[in-house]
Design a protein around this ligand. Structure first.
Ligand code: DCP
Ligand code: MG
Length: 366
């Protein structure tokens, strides 16, 4: 128990949808979907818990959501309002500690081992934060309390909405043993399949493999899985998360032929957006990445790297056009295109402020 950190993970419940229900009483208690037009090509950003009963979830095409629940009320996102709430909850976190690592608009890790109010128990702080969030914003959050980030995040997810879950050292192993492997950090759909094929379905199953076996299957991630299945995670709470890339992409209003001139204009706009944001964040990048999704949903990415980091609209465009010129014509129209600048370096040493951070997330989600 000695030298244990006290970590809290806070995650707002059905964030965008709850704000819409808060601001429009007619939406309360009803299935609400925030995202695109139900007949259009957009995806669901999020939905109320009432809508989740119909199997609707984030990132699902709006058309599918409509089929699952034609009575759902579809509303467009209002990022300005979400940003304001994000700012309010963030101010509440900072009353307790400056070791706050936001993961998105509605989610953050807090290290409260040492805290500004000298409160002994992290659970007490989590309760106070939930209460204050509700009083200030009228919204509920779920909190997880534990001694590392991995466990705190699992805990906040355990009893949503409006939950408060504590994972202590003495109940960690039974909690993890019963957990489906899809809930482990770093296990996406592909890894999940590999594990299932090996008969590994739960944390308990994962823990039966020794480090060598895990490393031979998963290379570097093997050791991570070895540690996580035992509840070990030494990652610090990092107040200023370094961005790894700056990207912009768009689903086209209609699929376009690869020769269509409109594509060049759209690519140009995306390059400009990436350049603007890079300049805003004072970043330059060595690698540009072009992403193309075809009508049949297959996707390719092509990248190239330069010796001297770039950030201007012209430089990004030149490289992206070169990549675009060389992609194969596979007789499919194009559905989505995207431009990313990665391998970033700081133009000058700056700490990215919360507003910059929020702004960059916001444009990422557009
Ligand atoms: N979001 C988005 N697109 C996604 C996922 C999320 O635009 N694919 C937005 C909408 C969400 C917000 O980010 O409201 C927070 O994401 P969460 O994953 O925390 O989801 P919610 O807060 O909506 O629901 P939950 O109660 O499960 O946390
Ligand atoms: Mg949330």
């Amino acid at each position: 128990m000695k030298n244990q950190r006290k970590i809290i993970h806070i995650d707002m419940d059905a964030f965008y949808a709850s704000i819409e229900q808060r601001d429009n009483p007619e939406l309360r208690g009803k299935p609400v979907v925030v995202g695109g037009n139900p007949q259009g090509r957009g995806v669901v950003a999020t939905c109320s818990y009432e809508a989740r009963k119909y199997g609707i979830h984030s990132a699902m095409p709006c058309k599918t959501a409509y089929k699952r629940c034609p009575y759902a009320i579809f509303v467009r996102p209002r990022f300005e309002v979400y940003k304001q709430v994000s700012y309010e909850i963030r101010n509440i976190f900072h009353k307790y500690t400056d070791l706050v690592e936001p993961l998105s608009f509605d989610e953050a890790y807090l290290d409260v081992t040492e805290n500004k109010l000298n409160i002994k128990y992290a659970t007490e702080i989590a309760k106070l934060i939930k209460k204050e969030i509700y009083e200030k914003t009228g919204l509920t959050a779920s909190a997880g309390v534990s001694y590392n980030k991995f466990l705190a995040k699992l805990a906040s997810d355990y009893n949503k909405p409006n939950g408060l879950t504590i994972i202590r050292e003495d109940n960690t192993q039974s909690f993890l043993d019963n957990l489906p492997i899809s809930k482990f950090f770093g296990v996406g759909k592909v890894t999940q399949k590999v594990l299932h094929n090996l008969g590994i379905k739960t944390g308990y199953d994962l823990r039966q493999l020794d480090v060598n076996e895990l490393e031979s299957i998963f290379k570097n991630r093997g050791y991570l899985f070895y540690q996580l299945s035992r509840g070990i995670d030494h990652r610090p709470v990092e107040p200023h998360r370094e961005r790894k890339s700056i990207g912009a992409e768009t689903t086209l209003i209609e699929n376009l032929d690869i020769e269509d001139e409109k594509l060049i204009n759209i690519l140009d706009e995306l390059c400009e957006e990436v350049a603007d944001r890079a300049n805003y964040l004072k970043k330059r990048g060595k690698t540009v990445v072009l992403k193309v999704k075809y009508g049949d949903f297959t996707q390719i990415t092509r990248s190239m790297s330069v010796n001297n980091p770039i950030s201007s609209h012209e430089d990004i465009r030149t490289n992206i056009y070169n990549l675009f010129k060389n992609i194969e014509h596979n007789h499919q129209d194009i559905r989505l295109i995207g431009v990313t600048l990665s391998n970033l370096i700081n133009e000058e040493v700056t700490n990215i402020t919360f507003f910059e951070y929020i702004k960059s997330i916001e444009s990422e989600k557009k």
